[in-house]
Design a protein around this ligand. Structure first.
Ligand code: GUN
Length: 283
């Protein structure tokens, strides 16, 4: 029987755990606050930001939204980030990406204090993850680790193939799977004979953004398949990178889209906000 990995359920468990922890902090007089900066009015970003604020409400974390116009200059944005760095009432800072044209996201990320970098995008956070030091971890790959662990999927010594090498998913995912003692391969668009490489995987993680690209030809029978894709198929319906119907009968476990990896990102953001108290030495 193929196990469907229920990201909606697991993300709720994590948010409930965070809620319990924030309640305990509140009894000690500590209330955590996340600042979310949105520049411009990209409709998708507005939805993401609203979801983050809703998750904050659910978990008992205060949130402040800082809406800046699309014409904001790099200097103005950097100055806002620095102000939030200095503000002791703010524990986490998140600048919603993508930024409008003309703004340099890398410079903005570098300006965020690593002590408040709840997205885990700062070079210091990425470096800390690579060498096993404490720090914030990128939310989507950290969420995938939770999905794997809470579904009882063994990682120790097993072959993990990650397809995609982005800074936000593929690369940090590789670091985290190494920490879980998996044998890790990172494949990408230039990989020769991608189906054969993917068929080595006991755990296959896809993060390429191409609708239903991975059919059963890419999957070893009994593999666990984790799909980070969020695409639209030819009928405009939400789908992943994996051809779910085709792969389902061969996989031992699989994440659906929607309802798999997607809900984990915000849950792990809440977990990072909670961890900010420890990272900042408040608890
Ligand atoms: N845009 C899409 N996903 C994310 C994310 O996880 N963090 C930020 N800051 N922007 C995003």
């Amino acid at each position: 029987m193929t196990k469907i990995i229920d990201g909606k359920l697991i993300s709720k468990q994590i948010k409930d755990e965070v809620r319990e922890e924030t309640r305990i902090l509140e009894e000690k007089g500590i209330r955590l606050t996340l600042a979310v900066v949105q520049v411009g009015e990209d409709p998708a970003s507005t939805v993401y930001v609203r979801n983050k604020q809703k998750a904050c409400e659910y978990t008992g974390i205060a949130s402040v939204k800082i809406a800046m116009p699309a014409e904001t200059t790099q200097k103005e944005l950097l100055s806002k980030v620095r102000e939030l760095n200095e503000d002791s009432s703010i524990n986490g800072i998140l600048v919603q990406l993508p930024l409008p044209k003309g703004l340099d996201a890398n410079e903005v990320i570098r300006a965020i204090s690593p002590l408040k970098d709840v997205d885990g995008f700062h070079p210091q956070s990425v470096g800390a993850l690579s060498i096993g030091l404490p720090g914030f971890k990128s939310c989507t790959p950290a969420g995938i680790i939770e999905l794997i662990k809470r579904s009882g999927i063994e990682t120790e010594g097993r072959e993990c193939v990650i397809v995609g090498r982005s800074n936000i998913v593929g690369k940090p995912m590789a670091m985290m799977m190494i920490r879980e003692n998996a044998t890790v391969t990172v494949a990408h668009s230039r990989t020769v004979d991608l189906p054969a490489v993917c068929r080595r995987a006991d755990i296959l993680i896809t993060a390429v953004g191409r609708a239903k690209m991975f059919n059963r030809e890419y999957v070893k029978p009994g593999a666990a398949v984790i799909d980070c894709g969020m695409n639209r198929d030819e009928n405009g319906k939400l789908c992943g990178d994996v051809d779910y119907e085709d792969v389902f009968p061969v996989a031992s476990a699989i994440t659906p889209v929607p309802g798999g990896v997607g809900p984990m990102t915000v849950a792990m953001l809440m977990k990072n906000c909670l961890d900010s108290a420890r990272i900042q030495g408040i608890v």
